[in-house]
Design a protein around this ligand. Structure first.
Ligand SMILES: C[S@@+](CC[C@H](N)C(=O)[O-])C[C@H]1O[C@@H](n2cnc3c(N)ncnc32)[C@H](O)[C@@H]1O
Length: 317
């Protein structure tokens, strides 16, 4: 009899952590998810086939004393205030108020009270840069103070089997009383797939660039790696993709130049293509799916991390 892993998912988005647990066939129970954006919550409930009643909504309103116990807390907290594409304020603004990235402290409020065995966070690589050295140190210190040993590393999705260049920091925290000091980040594996292996044979007309959109394919953007065109490894998906406002990854086929389809974008983050069909059928637009996928985490990286983190106590496929 193997233990069932009880999970609390914070800042859930479309649930990349949960998808990794599914793909590893780990016996888990989702106690709750927590996502305040209605489209993301709806998408989450469709992909994971759970009721939106499980959504705790705004994390700042969550009463930690009312939560059921859980073993694993996942928290891919907002990156807007750390990301190079955002305003880089960090956890507090000039008035000392917490920013959206400062919602990290809300996750810590819950962790301090509930003391799960494991916590896994993900954020943009910038958090590991010189500029945010103090913020990262403060985070690790707080995790230490509330009883956790933490391990962090920047990993690129393309080193874990998926042709998507996406550098992200992963922070694994293990409760000190159960930490045997053996956790290691997964070693890179050889990339055997190309982005073209993920292409769809059909894309509707509204994916194709008009004459005025061709500027996105300028030599400058391609050279600077702000965009990719039929490349073997796509450039990092962001929340701005999916429409023609600021697309990144392009495909040229016999009908012309186009942006990637929802199926292509989600599968290049490790989700099933069929989820895109389900979301579209339920009224979520391709622009919204582009944003959700750009905000999410590459499932394959999480699978490798969970294998190393959970193999001693939980049965893995
Ligand atoms: C970087 S994304 C996380 C994506 C997620 N890890 C996934 O697998 O798709 C951060 C998420 O936090 C959500 N969020 C922001 N503020 C929140 C709040 N106050 N309460 C709950 N969720 C919030 C955002 O809507 C967004 O979906």
């Amino acid at each position: 009899m193997t233990e069932q892993l009880k999970v609390l998912s914070l800042f859930s988005g479309i649930g990349a952590f949960e998808e990794a647990l599914n793909k590893l066939n780990i016996n888990y129970n989702l106690n709750n998810y927590c996502e305040f954006e209605p489209t993301a919550s709806k998408a989450y409930s469709i992909i994971h086939n759970v009721s939106e009643d499980l959504n705790l909504g705004d994390i700042t309103k969550v009463d930690e004393t009312k939560l059921e116990n859980f073993d694993l807390m996942t928290y891919g907290f907002p990156c807007q205030d750390i990301s190079a594409l955002g305003d880089m304020k960090g956890f507090t603004d000039e008035k000392g108020n917490l920013t959206r990235s400062g919602l990290f402290f809300e996750a810590m409020r819950i962790a301090k009270y509930k003391k799960p065995k494991y916590m896994v966070a993900e954020n943009v690589r910038m958090l590991a840069s010189k500029k945010f050295k103090n913020d990262l140190s403060a985070m690790l210190k707080l995790l230490d103070d509330i009883g956790y040993n933490s391990y962090w590393k920047v990993l690129n999705s393309k080193d874990y089997g998926i042709p998507h260049s996406r550098n992200r920091i992963y922070i694994i925290s293990i409760r000190k009383d159960i930490d045997d000091g053996q956790f290691e980040f997964p070693a890179p594996i050889e990339l055997t797939k190309k982005a073209s292996d993920y292409y769809d044979s059909f894309a509707s007309e509204d994916h194709y660039l008009r004459e005025s959109d061709m500027k996105y394919l300028s030599e400058f953007r391609l050279k600077k790696k702000y965009s990719s065109l039929n490349s073997d490894v796509i450039v990092c998906q962001t929340t701005k993709q999916g429409n023609l406002a600021n697309p990144q990854n392009f495909v040229k086929d016999e009908k012309g130049y186009r942006v990637m389809t929802s199926r292509e974008l989600l599968s290049l983050q490790g989700f099933k293509k069929s989820y895109a069909d389900k979301l579209l059928q339920n009224g979520i637009t391709k622009e919204q799916i582009g944003k959700l996928s750009g905000n999410s985490i590459t499932v394959d990286v999480l699978e490798h991390i969970f294998k190393n983190l959970l193999h001693t106590n939980y049965t893995i496929k």
